[in-house]
Ligand binder design. Structure first.
Ligand SMILES: Cc1cc2nc3c(=O)[nH]c(=O)nc-3n(C[C@H](O)[C@H](O)[C@H](O)COP(=O)(O)OP(=O)(O)OC[C@H]3O[C@@H](n4cnc5c(N)ncnc54)[C@H](O)[C@@H]3O)c2cc1C
Length: 262
């Protein structure tokens, strides 16, 4: 397969807000490789760029976490934020069902449950589209593992809370998921927001998860996965380090696992 040519097709596009959308992309004439929930691949499109020698077409590629479960063999699902001045996302936002796109044939990343002990509670903390890998994880492991899982999802507005309905349904039906959406600009809501406000760091510190579970969370019984905006990840990591949690690195095992989007 020539990895610089479009090799996949948009199966479905769901526009969630003016600046966010979900894409389901199916490979054309090749099979998706096996992967683990939490991993990412690349999407790309030929984009016209202005250079020293005039206009030239170049394949622009970016990394995207996979939202779908590895059990889904026919397509990969992605949750994408439109970055207005970005090189790729304005073009991805223009895609329609049936359009062709480059889909990276290699799926990579270590942001998976591999380093998380089966008996540990799992707290997944995301901002914006950082919820993407957690969707793959809960879709794959929530029912089968029986593990206590919590999702704290921080966004500006309610319309940025992608997958809210699915997560609320999972919370109702599963018994082992605590889902906590939190808005930091509730004053902009057209209908008053009844949920939590502020930042995910504040929700962690408030003890909301401990209250929901009736369990005291410690580095001995809990791992945290952080995904999305690097500022949230840095600030949340500081909070966790102060409570005795350690960063998980190649050099040593810890309970803080991170995936920075930029
Ligand atoms: C491992 C990994 C997984 C990723 N998964 C996702 C994903 O599931 N969904 C997704 O939308 N993006 C994801 N990203 C970010 C993605 O790769 C691109 O950086 C993003 O789509 C912007 O591309 P662009 O070419 O339009 O902007 P660029 O011209 O590359 O501009 C990059 C700038 O855009 C901003 N930015 C980048 N990503 C986001 C974002 N998600 N939300 C708000 N602002 C952002 C930052 O200011 C960044 O400096 C991921 C990045 C990595 C490294």
């Amino acid at each position: 397969m020539n990895p610089t040519e479009p090799n996949a097709v948009v199966l479905h596009k769901l526009v969630l807000a003016t600046d966010s959308f979900i894409l389901r992309v199916a490979p054309e004439g090749w099979e998706l490789p096996q992967f683990k929930a939490g991993q990412y691949t690349t999407l790309g499109l030929p984009v016209v760029q202005q250079g020293g020698n005039g206009r030239a077409q170049k394949l622009v590629r970016r990394a995207y976490s996979i939202c779908s479960s590895p059990e889904e063999k026919t397509y990969l699902e992605f949750y994408i934020r439109l970055v207005a001045a970005g090189a790729l996302t304005p073009n991805l936002a223009g895609l329609k069902t049936g359009d062709r796109v480059f889909l990276g044939p290699k799926i990579a990343g270590t942001f998976t449950l591999d380093a998380i002990p089966p008996e540990a509670n799992l707290v997944m903390i995301a901002t914006g589209t950082g919820i993407a890998p957690f969707m793959s994880i809960v879709r794959t492991h929530l029912a089968a593992s029986g593990k206590k899982m919590a999702i704290l999802h921080g966004c500006r507005h309610s319309w940025d809370l992608g997958y809210r309905d699915e997560l609320l349904a999972m919370q109702r039906l599963s018994g082992n998921l605590y889902y906590c959406p939190v808005l930091d600009m509730p004053e902009k809501e057209p209908v008053p927001w009844q949920g939590r406000t502020g930042f995910v760091q504040g929700i962690w510190k408030s003890g909301a998860i401990e209250q929901a579970w009736g369990v005291r969370l410690t580095p001995d019984n809990t791992h945290a996965m952080l995904c999305g905006n690097p500022l949230m990840i840095e600030s949340m990591t500081k909070v966790l380090l102060a409570e005795g949690y350690k960063e998980h690195t190649k050099a040593g095992a810890g309970q803080i696992h991170t995936e920075k989007y930029w």
